[in-house]
Design a protein around this ligand. Sequence first.
Ligand SMILES: *[C@@H]1O[C@H](CO)[C@@H](O)[C@H](O)[C@H]1NC(C)=O
Length: 364
Amino acid sequence: MAAAAMLARRHPVQPALPLPLLLLLAVAPTVRARVTALIVFGDSTVDAGNNNAIPTVVRSNFPPYGRDFPGATGRFSNGRVATDFYSEALGLGRDFVPAYLDPDYGIQDFAIGVCFASAGSGLDVATSRVFRVIPLWKQVDMFREYKARLAAHLGAAEAHAVVAGAVYAVSIGTNDFIENYYALTTTRFLEFTVPEYTEYLVGLARAFLAELYGLGARRIGFTGLAAMGCLPLERARARALGTSGGCDERYNAAARAFNAALAGMVAELGGELPGAEIRVAEVYDFFEGVVRDPARHGFARADVGCCGTGTYETGYTCGAWAAAPGGTCPDADRYVFWDAVHPTERASRLVAEHLINTTFGRFE
Ligand SMILES: *[C@@H]1O[C@H](CO)[C@@H](O)[C@H](O)[C@H]1NC(C)=O
């Protein structure tokens, strides 16, 4: 006879907890303050089309982007991006987050969510200058303007409640390495070693988070860096240099070191800011797992993107394939990457689900 059954027989009516407490546990709902809005800062991983409104070459508001849904909005995907899925999961009544600079939307739409992100941007202002995109400080300025418009629209008290009850999603940092430091497009590689640059970036992230807090943000999820050495673009570059046929492990190590420093900073900062709930959305291990074993998640390819050759195209170079017969793969759901840098909608949804389970759905 199993020991548990014997124990049960010997103490047939003795629950492990006093009965009233048991009942309480059984009926207590998940206590969670209502999320009022989803407010997004970052780069192309979450840009919903802000770059359409500025003169930069970093854009994707043309086919084949948006091929599968919902048309070429300026999202770097065949469909939606991670934050669109967060909006849906948070029960905001909308399965996407509109771009602040999109003329089709107004303050009444932004009251439940808005995206200030700009493809090509970084924590380092020098990164945003490479392709003249919207620097992070300007994204914060747009947020200030948004708050004033929201107050005019809803009244001060209600606007305050929206800002305080919102979830903030930040996804930025990859470009500081792949478009700036390692790409040698600015002088940063002369000014800093990789560890020094990492520390510099994390200091910028800290200042940004403190500023957001000062503006009323409380629940903030900062997405860590993914295995950027496994982007098809970086694999192809490593292959061209003859160093490997796989991921560029130097880039991956930089991402892991950044994530560790970010986590340390966030833990410390969270303790200094009363009422703040700042979390790192840990994406590295999960996404690397998908890339290393795509079949386990129903993907056929993780080494190249769906668009064109899948090894260098992004933005206009991917757009050049739109009219070519077979210029994109027939079923993007079979690919982890849509272009040489950005995930397909299906991969974004998978990662978003993981981050909702671990971070964005867990704010109290
Ligand atoms: C997220 O949680 C749901 C519900 O527990 C589960 O079904 C799903 O597989 C999880 N997704 C990921 C990607 O972890």
